[in-house]
Ligand binder design. Structure first.
Ligand SMILES: Cc1ncc(COP(=O)(O)O)c(C=O)c1O
Length: 365
């Protein structure tokens, strides 16, 4: 089976982990500090705060941005549930607006219609590795005095012109889960240029302690370990190479898909560097699951990101959500992610291309 995702861990990562294990410093220590410094420098922000996951990064970012009980947070319903669940963690209310089906990202033109006096923040997601329309989103946020928290969990190294994803919002959150463009096993990072928010995130990450055993606010244990950070330091050096390979694989797939009936390759905005966390095609209505089954039988792993809009999840239905955004609904029925990870061989890419061609002829014509 050609897997839909595969972490690429080499001897260097193993050696660094071994060094940390032998050092005796295996919880948060010098390697986490070094990883934060390197990551901030890569993204181009003053601060980076390493945490235990992308989810805890989002949770702390909302708390650090002052989002809390009764506040509303505008976000996309077409994402992994962590994007909006973080608002629930802080007793705020996620408010969903539709995506633009072309890019699968939040449609900025719908944001203003959702703003109320309770709105406190906007969380755009750079879905599949393609940056959201940050200029427009930031402009709206400025006019309405809202915080912008980028969910960059899928977009390490993505850019809008010469600006890195993670450097454009008030804060940004990355995930280092093994399927992501770089990994630390589990792990996450917050980036920001706001010193106050950075301090808050650091304090909240470790039980609200400014000084040892002095707890002024309710904090958590959301720390990253030096074991994870040592993997992250090596992976960060490899990130641009991994992304380049993803981009080349995406280009190969596009060349082979563009003439096929029933399968539409992803749109890439000319202003951005898309880092293809996922290579997600749209499949002719009603045929997505058939294509998925066909490819799986051929030994090609696929993914549906995401089959259920967040507002239709039971968790949200139980909270009274009854949204029904048309572009999100259509995307949930049509999307199919194909393998694009940097571990793919040319033989595997060829197999994917040949199978897509055969599927298109058998299923759609
Ligand atoms: C868009 C998005 N946001 C948040 C997360 C949460 O990250 P993690 O799995 O590291 O908690 C993920 C990862 O699965 C994600 O894809």
């Amino acid at each position: 089976m050609i897997p839909i995702a595969k972490p690429l861990i080499g001897e260097e990562e193993i050696e660094e982990v071994e060094k940390v294990l032998k050092s005796g410093f295996i919880a948060q220590g010098p390697k986490v500090a070094e990883f934060e410094e390197e990551f901030a420098s890569y993204v181009g922000t003053e601060h980076a705060i390493a945490v235990s996951s992308g989810t805890t990064a989002l949770h702390l970012a909302l708390l650090s941005a002052g989002v809390g009980k009764g506040d509303e947070v505008i976000t996309t319903p077409f994402s992994f549930a962590a994007t909006s669940n973080c608002a629930l963690y802080v007793d705020a209310k996620p408010v969903f607006v539709d995506i633009d089906l072309k890019t699968f990202n939040l449609n900025p033109e719908l944001i203003e219609g959702a703003i109320t006096e309770k709105t406190k923040a906007i969380i755009p997601v750079h879905l599949y590795g393609q940056p959201a329309q940050m200029d427009r989103i930031k402009q709206i946020a400025k006019e309405h005095d809202l915080r912008v928290i980028e969910d960059a969990a899928q977009a390490h190294g993505a850019m809008i012109k010469d600006k890195m994803v993670g450097s454009m919002g008030d804060m940004a959150c990355f995930s280092f889960y093994p399927t992501k463009n770089m990994t630390t096993s589990e792990g996450g990072m917050i980036t920001t240029n706001n010193s106050h928010m950075a301090d808050m995130a650091r304090i909240l990450r470790a039980h609200g302690e400014k000084e040892r055993y002095k707890h002024e606010i309710l904090g958590y244990n959301f720390r990253m370990t030096d074991i994870s950070a040592s993997i992250g330091l090596v992976q960060l050096k490899k990130l641009d190479g991994f992304n380049q390979k993803r981009i080349e694989n995406a280009e190969y797939l596009k060349e082979h898909i563009k003439g096929l009936t029933g399968i539409k390759p992803p749109y890439v905005s000319p202003k951005v560097k898309h880092v293809f966390h996922q290579y997600t095609v749209r499949v002719k209505e009603g045929k997505r699951n058939a294509l998925m089954e066909y490819l799986n039988q051929e030994g090609i792993g696929t993914g549906i990101h995401y089959p259920i809009p967040i507002y239709k999840q039971k968790l949200y239905q139980d909270r009274g959500y009854d949204d029904n955004w048309p572009e999100t609904e259509k995307a949930a029925l049509e999307v199919l992610s194909l393998p694009v990870h940097p571990g793919l061989t040319i033989e595997e890419l060829e197999k994917i291309a040949i199978s897509l061609e055969a599927a298109s002829e058998n299923l759609f014509e």
